[in-house]
Design a protein around this ligand. Structure first.
Ligand SMILES: C[S@@+](CC[C@H](N)C(=O)[O-])C[C@H]1O[C@@H](n2cnc3c(N)ncnc32)[C@H](O)[C@@H]1O
Length: 433
């Protein structure tokens, strides 16, 4: 974070201090930025252009910056709305960042963050000759009109008295809730908030696109089914350990605690975006890295046809087992269980046509990227859940001469700071002969 203005000459600031600030801009992390007395202030619950009264909630190292909550609005942004959830607000539930912002403006803020990370970390000012402000947007998932009811997987925290809620921002305190407006109706209907769960630390509730419902209770020794509906699987106690999801016209088995996109429209949105970016051709060889239960491998294998080939690499043993089962009818797909970098370094393949990279939040990193470039693909589709990691990895690819042909953001996590982006990267043009 770039934060120090003139801390040496600034007056000391303490947690609990109140003052007014004018908000300048949004920053990565679900907050906006202001300045006060020589310090940068990261403010939650405010918007660019607003004047707000803030309360200091914590200090950065050596007081180099300040975190604060907006507790009063002096001049409001036209994008400010009444939060749809009564638990949203300063010192309340930490699950959402942008409940006080209209949905359209939330997407605008996310696009600004995405562009800033691409520019600062990726070193790009434009894409295909078009300024980032015009070429990079964050689009809604088709059909998501209100940003509510989309969480098909919800991880609840359990308070010391066994009641259920979510942790407050940067706190271990649990904000107790009866229901979360972001949870899908199927998750809410499981009804875990109606009970106390003494000794438990977390409850994860899943309601899949097929209607399968399941709960994981941690730690395992506190597991109990209470009076949950009979069809709800409780891991380690009753029912299946997996749920069935639908995407790309196929069914997908996913372990209850395994990775699957949370928004019900996300998997199809991302498959469509990756397909549009890579334009897979019959007979091509696809490498699907960080492949989970095989979503991209399975969907794109159809485009490659019987002469095509897909290699999918995934670390999780459970996800690989599910992927093999999910794609048992697609003989052109091979699933490889292992670490992506280690697998690439074995030299199992020496060339490939197209690559899907869908790494965890930390990104793919230089070592994996260099091994991918050694395979000389004609295109890479990078699916990113952290714009900073995407920016860093794009910076590395650009240093190797690769070009960014497209970046599209998707609002797969309305009301929160999170976004997903799909970038298309192309190799340097061949030198003139
Ligand atoms: C963002 S998820 C994407 C999964 C899949 N592409 C999908 O869309 O459903 C990232 C996946 O990478 C896997 N993973 C994380 N680190 C890995 C590594 N070093 N090597 C291989 N797989 C890894 C995780 O287990 C997870 O399944």
């Amino acid at each position: 974070m770039t934060v120090v203005e003139d801390v040496a000459s600034a007056r000391p600031v303490r947690v609990g201090d109140r003052f007014s600030v004018e908000i300048e801009r949004v920053a990565h992390g679900g907050h906006v930025v202001a300045r006060h007395d020589g310090r940068v202030v990261f403010v939650r619950h405010a918007l660019p252009g607003e004047t707000v009264e803030v309360v200091v909630t914590s200090l950065g190292p050596q007081g180099r910056f300040v975190r604060a909550d907006a507790v009063g609005v002096v001049v409001a942004s036209p994008d400010r709305v009444e939060p749809p959830c009564p638990h949203a607000g300063p010192a309340r539930c930490g699950g959402c960042d942008w409940q006080h912002v209209s949905l359209a403006a939330q997407r605008g803020l996310k696009a600004e963050v995405l562009r800033e990370q691409l520019q600062r970390l990726g070193g790009i000012e434009e894409i295909e000759g078009v300024a980032l402000v015009d070429s990079v947007t964050v689009d809604p998932v088709p059909g998501d009109d209100d940003g509510l009811g989309w969480r098909t997987r919800v991880r609840f925290a359990v308070a010391a008295d066994g009641s259920v809620g979510f942790r407050r921002h940067r706190s271990h305190t649990v904000e107790k809730i009866d229901s979360c407006p972001l949870a899908s109706p199927g998750v809410t209907d499981v009804g875990v908030t109606a009970y106390r769960w003494p000794g438990a630390a977390e409850l994860e509730v899943v309601c899949s696109s097929s209607g399968d419902r399941a709960v994981i209770i941690e730690p395992p020794e506190t597991r109990s089914a209470r009076d949950l509906p009979r069809d709800v699987a409780v891991r380690g106690l009753r029912g299946r350990t997996w749920v069935s999801e639908q995407a790309g016209g196929r069914s997908w088995r996913v372990q209850t605690g395994g990775f699957w996109q949370v928004h019900p429209g996300a998997a199809d949105t991302l498959v469509d975006a990756v397909r549009a970016a890579l334009a897979p051709q019959p007979g091509e060889h696809l490498l699907d890295l960080y492949s989970g239960v095989g979503l991209f491998a399975g969907c794109l294998a159809a485009d490659l046809g019987p002469e095509g080939r897909v290699d999918a690499v995934e670390f999780s043993v459970d996800a690989c087992r599910d992927a093999r089962r999910n794609l048992h009818d697609v003989p052109t797909v091979s699933i490889h269980q292992g670490d992506v970098e280690a697998w690439l370094a074995t030299g199992a393949i020496d060339t490939v046509d197209i690559v899907v990279l869908d790494p965890p939040r930390s990104g793919a990193g230089p070592a994996v990227l260099d091994l991918v470039l050694d395979l000389a693909p004609r295109a890479i589709a990078y699916v990113a859940c952290d714009p900073a990691a995407l920016g860093r990895d794009i910076g590395h690819l650009r240093a190797a001469g690769w070009q960014v042909a497209r970046v599209q953001g998707y609002d797969l996590f309305p009301m929160t700071q999170h976004l997903e982006a799909v970038a298309l990267l192309l190799p340097p043009p061949p030198p003139p002969s």
